[in-house]
Design a protein around this ligand. Structure first.
Ligand code: PMP
Length: 415
């Protein structure tokens, strides 16, 4: 087993950054909180909380409009955050990054502004069998409206995409492919570069749902070769209600707005409106100004620690947790892909996941129990729900030990 985290002479272990997160210092039922639900939403470091508060305390005003200093400062900070997100994704141009509410809104935006106008009856949209509902339902909605068809590349028994199957489903009617970078329910890291390359060969544009990718690894949209990439700020230690969509400029430039309103126009008359160029075209109305600024701070924070280091730390925890959980009799891990991020879904013989979650909570261990907004994945593996433990940079072996000990309590309780 590898060590939990690479420690150099000058660097504290990644998990020492737990101290940066005020909420993690608060006990839960008299115990240190073992927060193992970062895949649902990550906790926030003080610097992110402070950045948002500082904006409201010191320089808040609406952006892109005021000639006064506060508005200019807010605008600079907001646009600075856009540049940080572009750097995080290695986007060639910060004008390719639009702030949105999160992954869900980004996918809906692409579905309505890019894909829907091209769809004819009988056209196809390709996804995988392990998508989050937010990468299923928007496509179903536009298929229903246009007579297009949603095609699904199924998940294997180990919880992986079958690349040959995926390739085989890219047909002459495929208009778009939308795939998760990492499955939130199984932890599988998909071979997105290969999937995108296959789609490109078939002339099919792609979107990568990076909600579970960006927090765990360095992402380079140019190396991936996708056309769109999106993520949610709240899973990247940033605020909720803000996220980002990256898209190739030449595609964004040709797209219709998703919503109409202020800020996204060049000129409006009652007869016709002329739209602003991207990204403003996709940011109708007053955005989550302080949230976007704090997301920029979160980007600096994770880059300061290093996404490779965070990823390596979580991989070591995943290996440790997998070994310890597999040793529990009656416990079955759902999703055994070769490449996984720090997400473990499991079921325990004879105990409903919700009961497990409730008892773990009493032991100070926070996990998610349910279908994880991925009901087709639950159906695929024949379970109504799972318990999911997911890791963030602040987790340590102690959190895993707390989980394992609490699971033994569950077993005692249910005999
Ligand atoms: N895709 C994946 C893979 C996710 O894990 C999530 C959040 N659980 C989403 C999309 C949706 O993200 P949000 O709710 O932040 O829009």
């Amino acid at each position: 087993m590898s060590t939990v985290e690479p420690v150099t002479e000058h660097q504290a272990p990644v998990s020492a950054h737990r101290e940066d997160f005020p909420i993690l210092a608060r006990p839960m039922n008299g115990r240190p909180l073992a927060f193992l639900d970062s895949a649902a939403s990550a906790q926030k470091p003080a610097c992110v909380i402070d950045a948002e508060a500082r904006c409201y305390r010191e320089y808040y005003a609406n952006i892109h409009r005021g000639v006064y200093q506060l508005s200019q400062r807010s605008t600079d900070a907001y646009e600075g955050a856009r540049k940080r997100v572009a750097e995080l994704l290695n986007a060639p141009d910060h004008r390719e990054v639009a702030f949105v509410r999160g992954t869900t809104e980004a996918i809906n935006l692409v579905a309505h502004s890019f894909v829907r106008p091209q769809l004819q009856p009988g056209d196809e949209i390709l996804i995988t069998g392990m998508e989050h509902h937010s990468n299923i339902v928007p496509w179903q909605l536009i298929c229903e409206e246009t007579g297009a068809k949603l095609v699904v590349s199924p998940v294997t028994d180990t919880g992986e995409v079958d690349l040959e199957d995926f390739r085989g489903r890219l047909g002459p009617r495929t208009r778009f492919a939308s795939i998760a970078h990492v499955s939130n329910a199984l932890g599988t890291i998909n071979p997105v570069a290969e999937m995108i390359a296959a789609a490109r060969e078939a002339d099919v544009p792609t979107l990568v749902d990076g909600a579970q990718g960006v927090p765990h690894m360095a992402v380079d949209v140019q190396a991936l070769g996708c056309d769109f990439y999106c993520f949610s700020g709240h899973k990247l230690y940033g605020p909720s209600g803000v996220g980002a969509l990256w898209g190739r400029f030449e595609l964004l430039r040709g797209m219709r707005p998703y919503q109409g309103g202020g800020e996204m126009i060049r000129y409006v008359t009652f007869e016709k409106s002329d739209f602003a160029p991207p990204p403003q075209r996709f940011e109708a109305g007053t955005p989550n100004i302080a949230g976007a600024i704090a997301l920029g701070e979160a980007v600096d924070y994770v880059r300061g620690i290093g996404l490779e280091r965070i990823g390596a730390h979580e991989q070591a925890l995943l290996a440790y947790a997998t070994e310890r959980l597999e040793a529990i009799e009656g416990l079955r891990i759902i999703g055994n892909a070769t490449h996984k991020a720090g997400v473990i879904s499991f079921v325990l013989d004879g105990v409903h996941p919700h009961d497990i979650g409730t008892i773990l909570d009493q032991e100070g261990v926070a996990v998610r129990a349910g279908h994880h907004c991925a009901q087709p994945v639950m159906d695929r593996f024949g379970v109504p729900a799972t318990v999911r433990a997911s890791f963030g940079l602040y987790n340590s072996r102690e959190d895993v030990d707390a989980l394992v000990n609490a699971l033994h309590r569950v077993k005692e309780f249910f005999g």
